[in-house]
Design a binder for this molecule. Structure first.
Ligand code: AMP
Ligand code: MG
Length: 422
């Protein structure tokens, strides 16, 4: 990697970063922990779901032909031979002139070919007397209200193929097949190291001139949100030796993220440490906020190589740069195929200036009215104003070659609160 300060586009930076990122190995995970992970095995059904024909309603299992001509004025009275609840097998067989009381989910007794729901019988008008007979008040068709064995999943069927992302419904399917564990691509562990002499940890007293370390927490939350496991590594002082020691501590991870120390002021310290420990590139990315960015590969133990993403220090810049660079790296490690941020087209409700030829990511509130998206800014856009990020549900993207967008213009908006696509 060349040690140069190139001015590059967001896409170039993304491509370079992703070229150093690989899909991680697989692991066995408890199904609930696998939410959002990529399936690493094919799941075939060891049995059918449902396993037996069963009732879709509370009612009476009957022979459909016994209900022919049934109506309010012409009830068909059948002898009740027993009842069956969900979880039990029916004892007895339904034949001509008989019926079995049945609950939703209970297996259909042999002989029966339909279920007459309670509301089509005189069940509700009855006294709580032993039920010897039931009047059917409406015809039922053959097969009515019966869920067929295997109608959801047939034995031997490929139910979930490797490569899909596990959402709640897929986790439910795994459980319905009796699987408590599943093989998935493991989650990346992301080390998060804040840098700066002005920072203090939560719980410490805030001396004059100091600020709390908020970046580590917003970044860790972003890591977790996109499926990674954050590991907080604390704060490194703006000195060579301390930064070096903290980075060494943090090399047992799949990727290291640092915040701050990459802008012109203190950039040299970080650069020297990183250059000594691995390969490093410093870039100026044509974006706003989040211009300074460092990316490199650190030498861990043995021949271990740890990608390192050095984000800017301003709280909004670090979050937006994470969205553009950290998020795709995590999704790639997780085995996702698509790491494009979900995007909509919206009508802008106020102008945005773009004076210095960078791609602007403006914090915006996106609303939908009459089927159309509209976007307005969250107020002052300073890169230290974290509340402007907190109000936003989207980032309006103004291209680098567009000096101004006007109210009424159509713009692309990256949605911050939409789920990931696999
Ligand atoms: P720097 O990149 O070191 O020049 O920092 C840019 C700005 O971000 C400064 O105002 C820092 O105080 C602020 N900053 C840096 N790190 C953090 C952090 N972990 N939490 C909150 N603010 C930070
Ligand atoms: Mg600093």
């Amino acid at each position: 990697m060349r040690m140069a300060r190139d001015m590059i586009s967001v896409e170039e930076a993304q491509d370079k970063i992703l070229s150093y990122i690989s899909v991680l190995e697989t692991e066995a995970a408890a199904i609930l922990d696998s939410l959002g992970q990529v399936l690493a095995e094919d799941i075939y059904a060891p049995f059918s779901v449902p396993p037996l024909d069963n009732s879709a309603m509370d009612g009476y299992a009957v022979l459909a032909e016994n209900t022919r001509g049934a109506g309010q004025a012409s009830p068909k009275v059948l002898k009740v031979i027993g009842q069956v609840a969900a979880g039990y097998l029916p004892s007895g067989e339904v034949g001509l002139g008989t019926a079995m009381r049945i609950m939703t989910g209970a297996p259909i007794p042999s002989g029966a070919d339909a279920v007459a729901p309670f509301e089509d019988t005189d069940e509700v008008q009855r006294l709580p007397a032993p039920l010897t007979h039931i009047a059917i008040l409406r015809e039922v068709a053959k097969g009515a209200n019966i869920r067929r064995a295997g109608e959801d999943i047939a034995v031997g069927e490929l139910v979930l193929g490797q490569g899909i992302v596990l959402h709640p419904s897929q986790i439910g399917i795994l459980a319905s097949l009796g699987r408590s564990e599943v093989r998935v691509i493991r989650r990346p562990v992301i080390g998060i190291l804040a840098t700066g002499d002005e920072l203090v940890e939560l719980g410490e007293t805030l001396a004059p001139g100091k600020i709390y370390n908020s970046n580590s927490f917003s970044l860790a939350a972003q890591v977790r949100r996109y499926g990674g496991v954050p590991r907080l590594l604390g704060i490194a002082k703006d000195t060579l030796s301390h930064l070096e020691a903290k980075i060494k501590e943090g090399l047992d991870v799949d990727m290291l993220i640092t915040s701050a120390g990459v802008s012109t002021g203190d950039y040299d310290v970080v650069k020297d440490v990183l250059a000594a420990q691995g390969e490093i590139a410093f870039w100026t990315v044509r974006m706003k906020p989040g211009k300074p960015l460092a990316f490199g590969v650190l030498r861990g133990g043995g021949d271990n190589r740890v990608p390192h993403l050095g984000l800017p220090g301003n709280p909004v810049s670090s979050m937006i740069a994470f969205e553009q660079f950290g998020r795709p790296a995590i999704l790639k490690m997780l085995g996702y195929k698509n790491w494009a941020k979900p995007t909509v087209e919206a009508t802008l409700e106020e102008p945005i200036k773009n004076s210095d030829g960078r791609r602007v990511f403006a914090r915006a509130i996106v609303t939908k009215r009459q089927g159309q998206y509209f976007a307005r800014l969250t107020g002052p856009q300073g890169s230290g104003i974290l509340t402007s990020m907190a109000q936003a549900n989207g980032l309006v993207v103004v291209p680098e070659d567009v000096p101004k967008v006007e109210a009424g213009d159509r713009v692309k908006v990256q949605m911050l609160d939409w789920g990931e696509e696999s």
